[in-house]
Write a protein that binds this ligand. Structure first.
Ligand code: C2E
Ligand code: CA
Ligand code: CA
Length: 614
């Protein structure tokens, strides 16, 4: 009795620290002990997989020599199992089989396999509550009886194995959750990173290619049809990816509408592009969402890396860069990471690295471009345009860094710096009696516009420098207005209360802000320089400019033409009733002291005035 108790205790001790990595090995060792202790010939531990209605071998002792692959006993489906295995599906109490006619069929199977005439066997179920989770079996070649005490000890041991199984199942479930995306069941970011780390380890076969998918305009589905529809849509696409790329390829969702496929084989970039195109076609098929048939185009970025040379983050960054290129060239494209992109990304990284620090160190400058009445040469306004005195790259234009600032969330810092610096300088000019009738124009980044507290911060800066709101005009680009009309409307109304003016910049480039124009509190439209530059050469541009002029008239808005580079453009604008303008013909953007001097003059000499037509 005491000996049996000791046996159970020793098994308990050995199973205590088991995890999924050591389970098989330790189970095998325990089975070996039990074989020896009970004087039987074979012992096995099997797990019931109720999802597939089968019994799965976990461990056995002794290990059968020369097991064929696949092992016919590894997975045994209850439906076509012999009666002994079939019993194990729901067995609740130990069962002992001894050489009797009742178990003929089983005896025969064993006999055929082993050329041993008759065997006996004890089967003890593993139980987890009401569920039979597996079976512990002991086979003796020949007859063997089992005492009640022995069977009780086996029940105790089976219950220990059942606990281990439950713990490992829970662990595996946790690991599954940690590595998979809830919504789609695809791998998540963590699993993707781990996979690429393994694939890119020195000595692994290469190249390793990565495809980065981006569903163009998923946001619109979420916005217009709701998140449930958006989720459904993502799930359908994940399913399609699985259908067309499962088997050897890693499929991951990084959240939102970003999917990554890592082909299992070593594909060079041409092969990867072919593969990407096939998947793209498949994903492009229409999806029914809430009774509407939707298609979304998919942009794909492809990058390849070599094990031992490239890191996971290199590779993903390149694929990400490529997908941005694919998107910006109109979407529904496949783009491969190239050397040009490498240079651009190096530049971007550099900008990212230094911008924040340089804003704080005071490396930003403001230049100003006058806005002029082309009839008289009178200066009506000065637009503040930011520059960055980069330590190694010289004076950088805003297009080189504003986008980066927005993407790394420091557009707010940059915007506040511009606002404060421009107001400081403008207030100083005015305190010298300069620019009293002029308007200061400040560009506002889209990100600022939707930031909480933006209106308040404008109010407090205006107030701090004692400027009247009417002499400050904030410029927002048309694209932004169109993108988020409700937020824009609210912010603009707030700015009106503060008293500042508002201009819509780059007018004509957005899809159509026309429909909203009436309802937005806006003072000025600035015609995008793209339409102005070639006036005189391009009849299409003229038609648009005339339409904008008519529109401004109809809505009682002030109108400024940007990008006036030629006398011809100036003449045409004047001819059609637009006399306010900015452009290289009139003046390039200049540093603050020169702007102050121009304002002190009050006007710039108009060579145009010499023209007989004006
Ligand atoms: P924008 O607001 O449309 O500013 C006018 C841009 O056109 C300026 O470029 C100006 O130098 C340029 N320009 C003026 N006249 C002509 C011309 O006759 N021909 C041509 N081809 N170009 C002309 P800049 O200074 O490089 O600024 C580019 C853009 O960067 C600005 O376009 C604006 O959107 C943005 N930006 C500038 N400063 C700021 C700022 O402080 N904050 C924010 N958020 N954006 C800024
Ligand atoms: Ca502007
Ligand atoms: Ca503009």
């Amino acid at each position: 009795m005491a000996v049996l108790e000791n046996l159970v205790t020793s098994v308990a001790t050995r199973l205590m620290g088991v995890d999924s990595a050591t389970a098989v090995e330790v189970s095998q060792a325990v089975l070996a002990d039990l074989v020896e202790y009970f004087g039987v010939d074979v012992s096995f531990l099997r797990h019931n997989d109720h999802r597939i209605h089968a019994s799965v071998l976990v461990a056995e002792w002794p290990v059968r020599p020369g097991i064929p692959d696949p092992d016919p006993l590894k997975v045994v489906y209850f439906a076509d199992a012999d009666p002994v295995f079939a019993l194990a599906e729901h067995q609740k109490e130990p069962v002992v089989f001894r050489p009797e006619p009742a178990t003929d069929e089983y005896q025969q199977t064993i006999a055929e396999g082993r050329q041993i005439p008759s065997t006996s066997m004890a089967c003890v179920p593993l139980l987890s509550g009401e569920v039979t989770t597996g079976v512990l079996g002991f086979v003796k070649f020949g007859d063997r009886d089992w005492t009640k005490a022995e069977l009780n000890a086996l029940k105790a041991i089976a219950s220990l194995f059942a606990q281990v199984q439950a713990r490992i199942a829970a662990e595996e479930q946790l690991r599954y959750l940690a590595d998979h995306d809830d919504l789609t069941g695809l791998c998540n970011r963590r699993a993707l990173l781990a996979h690429l780390d393994r694939r890119l380890a020195d000595g692994q076969p290469g190249p390793v290619s990565v495809m980065f998918f981006d569903l163009d305009r998923l946001k619109a589905i979420n916005d217009y049809l709701g998140h449930t529809a958006g989720d459904w849509f993502i799930r359908v696409l994940a399913e399609r990816l699985r259908e067309s790329a499962d088997g050897g390829n890693l499929l991951a969702r990084l959240g939102g509408d970003e999917f990554v496929v890592v082909p299992g084989g070593t594909l060079n970039s041409d092969e990867a592009v072919d593969f990407a195109r096939r998947l793209q076609t498949r994903l492009h098929d229409r999806v029914a969402v809430d009774g509407e048939m939707l298609t979304r185009t998919v942009s794909i970025g492809v990058a390849c890396g070599m094990p031992g040379r490239d890191t996971t983050s290199d590779l993903l960054r390149r694929a990400d860069q490529a997908v941005l290129t694919a998107k910006s060239s109109g979407g529904n494209q496949v783009a491969v990471f190239s050397d040009d992109m490498a240079m651009e990304s190096e530049f971007r990284n550099d900008i990212e690295l230094h911008l924040q620090g340089d804003i704080e160190r005071g490396a930003l400058r403001l230049h100003y471009q006058p806005e002029v009445n082309m009839h008289t040469g009178e200066i009506l306004a000065a637009e503040a345009l930011v520059r960055w005195e980069h330590p190694t790259r010289g004076l950088l234009a805003p297009n080189a860094f504003i986008g980066v600032a927005e993407s790394i969330n420091i557009a707010g810092d940059l915007g506040r710096w511009v606002m404060r610096a421009a107001c400081t300088e403008f207030a100083r000019w005015r305190s010298h009696g300069v620019g009293l009738d002029a308007v200061l124009r400040i560009n506002v980044s889209p990100v600022q516009l939707v930031t909480d507290g933006f209106v308040d911060s404008v109010a407090s800066i205006i107030d701090e420098f004692g400027l009247d709101g009417g002499s400050v005009c904030l410029e927002i680009t048309e694209n932004v207005v169109v993108r988020d009309i409700e937020t824009t409307r609210k912010t603009l109304a707030g700015l009106k209360d503060v008293g500042v003016q508002v201009a819509i910049d780059d007018f004509g480039t957005g899809y159509s802000v026309l429909s909203h124009l009436k309802s937005l509190p806006v003072d000025t439209l600035k015609i995008d320089k793209g339409f102005v530059r070639d006036l005189g050469a391009s009849p299409g541009d003229l038609a648009i400019v005339r339409a904008i002029i008519a529109l401004a008239d109809a809505f009682g808005l002030q109108l400024v033409a940007e990008g006036v580079e030629t006398a011809q453009a100036a003449e045409i604008l004047l001819e059609h009733g637009c006399h306010r303008a900015q452009g290289f013909l009139l003046s390039r953007p200049v540093p603050g002291d020169q702007m102050k001097a121009l304002l002190a003059e009050g006007r710039i000499p108009m060579n145009l005035a010499a023209s007989p037509r004006l």
